[in-house]
Ligand binder design. Structure first.
Ligand code: MN
Length: 234
């Protein structure tokens, strides 16, 4: 949050008290000092029905509006008044991982992973293609673009239980992996996530029921945002 002048602070305090509204990201501390930068729920990069029928508007509505929003809300409740308050989401994730603050880590990492997921997807036909540099790295590692997609799908499908399938880059090399639950590659220095597929059941159960493999193949085959992956790889 940018620093506010004394006048503005006083005005915010008045407005906040008058309206009873602290949702603007500025809470009123007991001693009248400013405070609190909340973690926000980032907007979806497309309409809720943009990924249908692979991922229906109903799924996106629950997944974004309930699950993702819920992680953000819980996280803000957990960090209020702690050393985590006012820090970036990435700092919160890395610090909570290092300190073993499991509840904060889980909700922060799930917040980050979901924002990354929405921005890893694109409406059918809108995801573009890997840049020349990314394609070269993919072909060097997997032999072909199709083999890379197969490997990513395989990693996502085979994750036991809840988790995530990732395409990541490290030192210019690309690889696939999966993580359980809220775990995220950004806790590892030098690892740059390029794309992710959510394989928690809430991501696909309304549309595909128990058939995770079909959901993953439809997403990897037609809804990955390779333009975004290329920017992240550069
Ligand atoms: Mn999810």
């Amino acid at each position: 949050m940018k620093m506010l002048s004394q006048n503005k602070m006083a005005r915010r305090r008045f407005i906040g008290v008058a309206a009873g509204a602290v949702a603007s990201g500025i809470a009123i501390a007991a001693k009248g000092e400013t405070k609190m930068k909340e973690i926000t729920l980032e907007a979806l990069p497309y309409a809720e029905d943009a990924l249908a029928p692979t991922i229906s508007a109903r799924t996106v509505s629950f997944h974004y509006g309930k699950h993702h929003a819920g992680y953000v809300k819980t996280l803000n409740g957990l960090i209020a008044g702690t050393q985590y308050e006012g820090r970036t989401l990435e700092e919160i994730i890395r610090t909570a991982a290092a300190r073993g603050d499991a509840a904060i880590f889980n909700n922060a990492a799930q917040t980050w992973n979901h924002t990354f997921y929405w921005n890893s997807l694109a409406p059918a036909g809108k995801g573009g293609a890997p840049s020349a540099a990314l394609l070269a790295a993919i072909e060097s590692e997997f032999g072909s673009f199709d083999a890379c997609k197969d490997a990513l799908a395989d990693a996502a499908i085979k994750r036991f239980g809840s988790g995530w399938g990732w395409l990541v880059a490290e030192g210019g090399k690309v690889s696939v992996e999966s993580t359980p639950n809220a775990d995220t590659p950004i806790t590892r220095p030098g690892v740059k996530p390029l794309l992710v597929v959510d394989v928690w059941e809430h991501a696909y159960y309304l549309d595909w029921q128990n058939v995770r493999a079909d959901y993953v193949k439809a997403v990897v085959g037609g809804h990955l945002n390779w333009n975004a992956a290329s920017r992240r790889f550069a």
